[in-house]
Ligand binder design. Structure first.
Ligand code: ME8
Length: 517
């Protein structure tokens, strides 16, 4: 890292380790990883954090059911989340656990700041609580169903009557300030359809929030009152500050990385991030994150994943079936980030075979093997560029700006769509120019066509690194691009050097063979 690099702090939600990770968790962390890698390649000083949210009643109840302590449960499943990250090639800089000792210090410090601002008071809570959601629900938002049990209408989870002494946060005092924030920073939440739901919710009015519990002790102790532990969301949201060195607000890392550039989260937790979190930070007199990016949910063949339906897919099984880069590509290309999405065997194999094996793998294989056979295994020497050559080079040349623009809004599918449009055009160019015919009629022209094709592939290889790190590295490798700066975005504008020796070509994306397809 050099001192001129601009910092970029990005986070995922921290997952509840009350079970093992599923493909929804993998989806979020893959998208965030692609964003982090993109920014690193673009010269930013990136800090990427993910982790596990280990306190609260849900963890406690699951542990009780399993006959182990919540700490043992947290350890076991937090390890499973870390293992998933490693299997997915996630380039996180810190895996934070809310049981880490520096996190206790941060959670207690933010509490004290909110308290000294006059926003915390002791009262009695009486209302409906959903352990599954770790959230309170207003009575009118609940209903008793046929089974005689009361549920949250919105989340379909069981709620139980909870009555206890509790500290409250004066959330009601922040309604106007939050609405002002949304107005002055219209991109604070994205995409707009999801952010608008949050805004409507705040417009309807906010009640003060119960932020401590007394009936169990699996949580961060409330400073100054040993009978209370913090409500798990106060503790959980603060993880984002912990990672930057808070409460040491004079530390180099806090000054550099806070406020966060993007919190990537799923649609079920948008209110916690776009309402509670900025309100807590305003109260604590700390800067607010710049953006909360809300993604949709992934469904299996259009059906919600659930243990009872037996359609919960383990990320590791997915990767062993299709390959890591293929899965990463599929998720980011298939589902516009922010929308709900679905995956099925056929849709994955379809993308693998048409986009990866055909449009990219086959083009690389055909052009590189021609170069190996006919150009002495070195980058061919181009002659003067024709209009067709210039056009395709210009198209590929525009891709970096297009990708920067799309990634700045986490519109991964748009970036990939643009890259694959250029690949489609390059395939058409390759077919039109027919270098295998030129080999017999006009060798110089053949060399130019092959040069242009390889140059497009180099640019594509650089740009797909955030999404498919391993395959992109192989592609750049066979194009003779050494690891390091040659593969970074600063080198995007440079061009292949004629005559440079190339390694032997190797296939990048073999076709997926499956008897059921
Ligand atoms: O909510 N598709 O943890 P979590 C896509 N601990 N994303 C999904 C998904 C699906 N099917 N299911 C879950 C929590 N997610 C809290 C967060 S942050 C301070 C605390 C996403 O394990 C979900 O939306 O239930 C969330 O962003 C993340 O996975 C972790 O969910």
């Amino acid at each position: 890292m050099t001192s001129e690099q601009t910092p970029f702090f990005i986070t995922t939600a921290i997952s509840y380790p009350n079970g093992v990770p599923h493909i929804g968790h993998a989806y979020e962390v893959i998208a965030t990883d692609a964003m982090a890698r993109f920014k690193r390649l673009d010269g930013y000083d990136v800090f990427f954090m993910t982790g596990t949210d280990e306190h609260g009643q849900k963890m406690l109840q699951t542990a009780e059911r399993e006959g182990i302590t919540p700490r043992e449960l947290a350890q076991r499943n937090s390890d499973a989340f870390q293992a998933m990250n490693d299997e997915l090639g996630i380039s996180y800089d810190r895996f934070i656990r809310t049981t880490d000792s520096d996190h206790y210090a941060a959670a207690q410090a933010i509490w004290k700041r909110m308290e000294s601002n006059g926003d915390i008071y002791l009262d009695k809570y009486a209302g409906w609580y959903s352990v599954r959601d770790e959230a309170f629900h207003a009575e009118e938002d609940t209903e008793v169903r046929e089974d005689g049990v009361r549920y949250s209408k919105e989340t379909d989870t069981e709620v139980t009557w909870t009555e206890e002494e509790s500290y409250f946060f004066r959330l009601s005092a922040y309604q106007d300030k939050l609405l002002e924030l949304y107005k002055s920073q219209p991109d604070f939440g994205a995409p707009h359809t999801r952010f608008n739901e949050v805004i409507r919710f705040v417009e309807r009015g906010l009640e003060d929030l119960s932020i401590s519990r007394t009936t169990f002790d699996w949580g961060v102790p409330v400073p100054g009152n040993k009978d209370h532990v913090m409500y798990v969301w106060v503790d959980a949201l603060t993880n984002y500050l912990t990672g930057t060195g808070f409460p040491d607000i004079e530390s180099e890392s806090f000054k550099k990385y806070w406020p966060a550039d993007v919190h990537v989260i799923g649609k079920d937790i948008s209110r916690f991030h776009a309402i509670y979190w900025p309100a807590f930070l305003m109260s604590a007199k700390l800067p607010l994150p710049k953006r909360v990016m809300i993604h949709g949910f992934l469904n299996n063949n259009g059906v919600k994943m659930s243990k009872s339906l037996g359609n919960v897919v383990a990320p590791a099984d997915f990767i062993s079936q299709y390959g890591l880069d293929q899965v990463r590509y599929f998720f980011l290309r298939e589902v516009p980030f922010g929308a709900d999405g679905s995956y099925s065997h056929d849709s994955i194999v379809g993308r693998m075979n048409s986009d990866l094996a055909n449009n990219l793998g086959n083009l690389a294989q055909r052009s590189l093997s021609m170069v190996a056979k006919n150009c002495g295994g070195a980058v061919p020497t181009p002659g003067e560029f024709t209009d067709a050559d210039q056009q395709i080079l210009a198209e590929a040349g525009n891709l970096l700006e297009i990708c920067r623009d799309s990634f700045s809004r986490q519109e991964f599918s748009k970036a990939l769509e643009a890259i694959w449009t250029v690949l489609g055009d390059t395939n058409a160019y390759f077919a039109d120019q027919a270098p295998w015919v030129l080999r017999k009629t006009d060798v110089a022209r053949m060399e130019t066509v092959l040069y242009v094709t390889l140059e497009v592939l180099r640019r594509v290889g650089i740009l797909v690194q955030p999404v498919m790190p391993t395959a992109a590295a192989s592609l750049l490798g066979v194009l003779g691009q050494a690891e390091g700066s040659a593969r970074e975005f600063v080198e995007f504008e440079t061009a292949l050097v004629a005559g440079a020796e190339l390694p032997a070509p190797a296939p990048i994306f073999p076709k997926f063979e499956d008897s059921t397809v």
